[in-house]
Design a protein around this ligand. Structure first.
Ligand code: MFK
Length: 558
């Protein structure tokens, strides 16, 4: 009887540091002496990813966390049991100094670039340990900016420690049942008791609930029992999850969330039942202060979406080189290589946005400059929403490149699609972030410094038809922005996503062309930039009748 001897090779990914875009990019900005140290560390870390970290992540994905509410004898304990592989990933994250690099600032303004490069390598093999790291970094930033000396001496030191014995991670508890976006509706109450506050309420979506501390928001009740409604009544609170006897700080774990993705990451619903906490800043400053945390986690989200995109792309290209159909390997079929090349170009766009942000962040921390900070402020929501969306759409296309195998769980491929969907809502949905970009433009006056920055980068670009087109795009954006002030609020909101995607495309195209000009003897970068510029642009037409469009959209839904 005939039996097939054919077995398809499974898709592989490259050694993480064998990534020409990453190494060329870092080489552009890091000077020789630092480069030797940083490259040596990134190469060693990449070896460790292959040998040790990737197998741990696979174990953690298979052994998802459990909520142990009671002991066998009925005592409420609310333990979250995580697999030892997850605990080992935490140890590795601190040994590798994934947070500390950003705060020791040994490499000056390039410290964040180095840290984000390390995160980029780590994330796809971390089973989302990158999530607690994001919040940990955000909490460290918040304390660095607003914490008192006690917080700096204890929490900050632990969050930035590279000693696994003292390393802490932080949660960021913002979401309540009333809304993940409209945080101003939060119901949790804070009652002053002596020097501290006691918090009562339910936090509906708390990621990395095994952290040692958390930053959260609560509505402050004054001595007469009154509260201020809306976001102006919220304070920012620091709390530790357990006391010195390892008992939970009046926190009940209601259940773990059964999420569609990021399965290894414990995410819980929590009831705060008199949880002791410290107010940071003033009552009413809660959202404004916690923004310094979520502006960091949004940069992490961009980096992780970009890194995940790269991993799936890398595997899809590898697979296409080995998968034979219709008389040749599928990478040699025109329609297939066209699709893969388009997806690779979009990955480059994500990469440039993310790493430009990390450079801006590093610069703002090393030598604060109001204008660069405004550019960072505007591009943070824009990069987050763009990278999450391109990763989501790109991952869907890439999964299709594996045919049926992409839909089978034990290939490990479907998880990338599920996780990609989560990155689009974490830290703000596309719409909420588009509105945040408007906030950055209107409240923080970030648009003019942004355009100035783009124009200054264009000066590094070799003259070409593409450069001329991008100069025109900047002019067009400026004209559009000038007319924006004449529009009513609803019309401006109606086009906020088109505006964000246009700014994202202008920015990444300029950055890609600048990179191609720097490596002018390498045609690939130029081809990538040109292809990206030729791909369709979001529509943003000054002459659009927005009122009619809005009415039509409403009529479609009625
Ligand atoms: C692996 C990847 C890592 C990712 C980590 C994942 C961890 C997962 C955990 C979570 O998902 S936590 C939940 C995330 N939730 C959000 O991101 C919230 C989404 N909603 C928003 O961002 C809303 O826009 C917002 C809550 C901010 C709206 O609130 P308000 O009160 O209606 O906003 P308002 O009044 O405009 O702003 C209040 C103040 O904050 C203003 O300052 P002033 O008081 O001085 O006027 C704003 O300027 C300031 N502000 C708001 N957003 C800001 C900001 N400042 C700086 N940057 C921002 N982005």
């Amino acid at each position: 009887m005939y039996q097939s001897s054919f077995y398809q090779d499974e898709p592989k990914f490259n050694h993480p540091f064998e990534n020409k875009l990453l190494t060329d990019y870092l080489s552009r900005f890091i000077d020789k002496n630092d480069k030797d140290i940083i490259f040596k560390d990134l190469k060693r870390f990449s070896d460790r990813i292959g040998d040790e970290i990737e197998p741990l992540a696979k174990e953690a994905e298979k052994n998802i966390p459990k909520h142990i509410a009671y002991t066998p004898w009925g005592k409420r304990i609310d333990e979250i049991e995580v697999h030892p592989s997850w605990t080992k990933l935490e140890k590795i994250a601190s040994e590798e100094n994934l947070i500390g690099i950003g705060y020791e600032r040994k490499f000056g303004k390039n410290s964040r670039l180095y840290q984000m490069a390390k995160l980029f390598l780590f994330h796809p093999s971390s089973s989302y340990f990158s999530c607690p790291l994001a919040m940990t970094d955000g909490a460290a930033k918040l304390i660095e900016l607003y914490g008192d000396q006690n917080l700096k001496n204890k929490a900050f030191k632990n969050l930035t420690s590279h000693n696994p014995e003292t390393f802490w991670t932080s949660g960021q508890w913002m979401t309540e049942k009333t809304g993940g976006s409209d945080v101003g509706l939060s119901e949790t109450r804070a009652y002053k008791k002596g020097d501290e506050y006691h918090l009562y309420g339910v936090k509906w979506f708390t990621s990395a609930t095994t952290s040692q501390m958390a930053m959260t928001l609560a509505r402050v009740v004054d001595e007469n029992g009154n509260v201020i409604e809306g976001s102006k009544g919220l304070g920012l609170f620091y709390l530790e999850l357990r006391d010195s006897n390892n008992q939970l700080n009046n926190i009940e774990i209601l259940r773990l969330k059964d999420k569609m993705g990021t399965k290894a990451l414990p995410t819980a619903e929590l009831k705060l039942n008199g949880t002791k906490a410290k107010l940071i800043g003033e009552t009413g400053e809660g959202i404004k202060k916690i923004a310094s945390l979520f502006n960091i986690t949004r940069i992490y989200n961009s980096c992780c979406a970009t890194a995940a995109y790269y991993r799936v792309l890398d595997m899809a290209i590898n697979y296409s080189r080995n998968r034979y159909a219709f008389k040749k390997n599928i990478i040699d079929h025109p329609l297939h290589f066209k699709k893969l090349s388009e997806l690779k170009v979009k990955f480059h766009a994500c990469f440039h946005l993310t790493f430009f942000l990390s450079r801006l962040l590093g610069e703002s921390e090393q030598s604060p400059n109001k204008e660069s900070e405004k550019v960072l402020r505007l591009l943070t929501p824009i990069a987050k929403l763009t990278t999450a969306k391109l990763n989501m759409v790109g991952t869907s296309e890439l999964i299709e490149c594996f045919g049926g195998a992409g839909t089978i769980e034990d290939t490990g491929l479907p998880k990338w699609l599920r996780d990609a969907q989560i990155l689009t809502i974490w830290e703000g949905t596309t719409n909420v972030l588009s509105l945040d970009a408007l906030r950055a433009i209107s409240r923080d006056q970030a648009f003019l410094p942004y355009i100035e920055k783009m124009k200054s980068i264009l000066q590094n670009v070799i003259d070409s038809e593409q450069k001329t087109l991008l100069i025109d795009k900047c002019e067009h954006l400026m004209l559009f922005m000038n007319q924006l002030s004449g529009l009513d609020h609803a019309s401006i909101e109606f086009i906020a996503d088109d505006l964000s995607f246009t700014i994202a495309k202008v920015t990444s195209a300029i950055l890609m062309l600048e990179h191609a000009s720097h490596y002018s003897n390498e045609t690939a970068y130029r081809d990538i930039a040109c292809e990206y510029i030729e791909q369709p642009w979001p529509s943003l037409d000054i002459n659009d009748d927005l009122n009619s469009k809005m009415k039509r959209a409403q009529s479609i839904l009625n």
